[in-house]
Design a protein around this ligand. Sequence first.
Ligand code: SF4
Length: 707
Amino acid sequence: MTSLPLVPPEALSVRTHCPYCAYQCGMLIGDGTADAPGTVQGDPHFPVNNGELCIKGWTSTTLLRHPDRLTSPLVRVRGELRPATWDAALDATAEAIRATKERYGPDAVGVFGSGALTNEKAYLLGKFARVAVGTANIDYNGRYCMSSAAAAGNRAFGIDRGLPFPVSDIEKAEVVLLVGSNAADTLPPIMQWFDRQRRAGGRLAVIDPRKTATARAADLFLPVTPGSDLALANGLLYLAVEENLIARKFIESRTTGFDAVRRAVLTYHPAHVERLTGVAEATMRKLVRWLGSARSAMILSGRGPEQQSKGVDTANAFINLALALGLPGKPASGWGTLTGQGNGQGGREHGQKADQLPGYRLIEVDPHREAVAKVWGVDPASLPRKGKSAFELLDALGPEGGIRSLLVMGSNVAVASPDLTRIGCRLAALDHLTVCDAFLNETAAHAHVILPAYQWAEEEGTMTNLEGRVIHRRRVARPPTGVRGDIDILRELADRLGSGDKFAFHSARDVFEELRRATAGGTADYSGITYERIDREDGVCWPCPSEDHPGTPRLFADRFAHPDGKARFFAVEHRPAGDEPDAHYPFYFTTGRYREHYNSGAQTRLVGALTKARPHPLLQIHPAAATRHRVGGGSVVTLESRRGRAEFRAEVTPAIRPDTLFAPFHWGGSEAANQLINPALDPTSLMPEFKLAAVRIVAVGTPVETP
Ligand code: SF4
């Protein structure tokens, strides 16, 4: 945990939340002026982080008065981006959308949103795409983050909420298994709950191809071969059956489908699984005994098992294990996923995803369409059907794919997507690209129009954290002259497109009132949540169907969300990744995050303290592989996959498997890890395979100094 000097609490005033990850730490901001808030302190009274922040949170206000901040719209004229008036920039965007619709039809306009948007903005962007533009093609970068866990949760439990219990339950679990999550780096304040759990005598096990900071804190570490997590989960279930650890009464009374799963895992004999996964049988057996004999146990998933071309099946394999052991619904027990982006959860609940409408309704289900159309005052038949998923949408940009005009709100797709060379070509092939953002980034570099938007602290709104807790992000700073909020931008664009009456919102609270009505009766029902309740109760967990409903911090105690109240087992089989190592590309390559940077780095690469601590991505390579390829610490190593090249300085470390290389994905250009990544999509979630590509070392340069 980073400990920067705290300012005296009496100097602080406004309670709000961090702009970055899904942990949404509470923070107190003040000690400056409304124009330039300076100091940050963790909010000791917010029950999720209890006053702790990571270095990203501590430094988050740096961006509010950053010299690179965009303060005027930009319009491309003869190849150059030049300052323009708001009217000129909005007119240019609206005209491009109108002309594209007229020439090619509404689906030729794409809309790309973000897991960083508040619930209100996510809701409004989904409505804008369907009502003002009429396009089916809207998706968001949360597809790259949570979609496999979401699909698996829906299949098994009938509902998708990151954690079905508060994070504070972690401390009460006797055993916690973390699968492919480096929580100590990605959301450091969560480690307080693991520390308490272990101080109380609990055990922590970690599955990961790398011995991460989280794995080093564990009592048991399973260094799995990349892409074999599903086989490992099935192998663990095989052992649970063999050791008679399964919860028969629970399986009979609260689930369906176990027999098919039991039959499917019969072929996952420990010796076979050991060969597939690299995890010793004795280690697997120890873990299963811990999980199966504990009074309370949790299996928590991260992006490792999920960002694979079999991510949904892998998540279901671990859910099968949790169900077989009778964990979901039991106190301080169950399966959950540690969500990544700030509002990855709320972002998909309110209609930014190609297949979803507000309230977690489905766009292909007629009663769902009718319920939302009624609130929006439109004919249900006028709503588009399901559109393309995030990567499919980006891959369809340009004349060949048919999406000719794109609006991007708060997402740096030119760094965050797989197969970046291809995505760069697609962006360049657009007739028109409008980007709404606070800073220029790699995506905005392709834009024809850039609309400078408010940042997180300059407007209020609600976010939904990894527990399904709806929280209030307050306004703590005045935006600089010349920028506008996304709600205003969407209203102005809708007005120019002839739908102004459906977008007459002037504040986040106005939008939230409609969002409440639009979600009423849906799976993610927010109708009982108000700003006042959120403030009074430190957040309210959905579903919350009325103002006198207490909210739902814990799910599944009595029933699951399928109509019959039962959870579903899903028989799933291990299969190879989209891109397995071979004689030409002999290494597994996997990606992840640094604690100093967030996602594509569009914000954190602008923060001096963060870039000083982590100026470059480092390539982790095992000493044995390093010796073979004459790689020393700091050597500049060029990697190549079947899609492209990237260049990293080397960090030689035994903390990674000898057959695996790792680099973080926060950088663009020649240091972009996602250049190497295979866009093989999971067939259900359409998640690209970020966690696994086959690569080779093609050049090793002279060592340079590494931080
Ligand atoms: Fe908390 Fe996440 Fe912000 Fe770090 S980045 S302070 S863990 S919300």
